[in-house]
Design a protein around this ligand. Sequence first.
Ligand code: C2E
Ligand code: CA
Ligand code: CA
Length: 255
Amino acid sequence: MMAEDAAESLLIEGRLRQALENNEFSLMFQPIIRTGSTEICIVETLLRWTNGQNEKIAPDRFIPVAEASGLILDIGRWVLHAACKQASYWQQTRTIPIVVSVNASPLQLASPRFCDDVQAAIDAADLPPSLLTIELTERLMVEEDAITSANIRRLTEMGVRVALDDFGTGYSSLSYLTRYPIQCIKIDRSFIAKIECDAQSRALVQAIIGIGKSLKMVMVAEGVETQEQATLLEMMGCDYLQGFLIGRPVSAAAL
Ligand code: C2E
Ligand code: CA
Ligand code: CA
């Protein structure tokens, strides 16, 4: 790590410690639609941080710091509660059910109290568990971990769905699919970005969708930015689409 990166991380960590108390976090929601329709069925919650200096800090900058310092456990608990509350509000006010998909850090998944946190958030919001999905990423999750496995199993028993995020970027993608009860695969946007112009990427995405479908998984394509990509993905049999073409992350009120 470069010296200025280390200094920046320290600065962010110091400010992150106060961020929860000072109410500096908020959630944005990005729509996910069923391929070929325009109806929003799922929304992904994306964390936003505006610090005391009124600067917006991108998740890619502060989440790694929150993970390295362990602060992600408290922050993640806040996200779960806020997301379930919003999901419950939509359940009461909308005719079409919306599933809310929440990102969880591998550090949260490896914590023995994670499922209790999820259950507490569901209970506090009085939310049907089937309206919550937990997105887990392979990032940081290379080795088999007993607590993580038990947590993923328990989530499924609780009626919460589990999605594998950023699929294709990790190290052991395929073995995860049979090791854990996962219901949904989100194909990483780095593959989707190239399907129009690169036959190899197109073949790879087609193969990933084929594997997912044969394992009865729900397939979501991330980072769909053009109509051509959406059309190709529809032809390939991808179930759901997410990306700037469908909609950017917006506040709950704007969704
Ligand atoms: P992610 O889970 O892969 O989330 C999708 C990211 O891709 C979001 O960035 C979203 O704004 C962006 N995106 C969506 N559609 C498009 C598109 O069509 N094109 C492009 N170029 N980008 C698109 P964001 O909000 O900056 O989040 C970055 C990452 O931070 C997330 O990646 C996720 O790993 C992490 N993150 C966000 N919120 C949370 C959270 O509450 N908890 C944890 N642990 N991680 C979070
Ligand atoms: Ca995600
Ligand atoms: Ca992703």
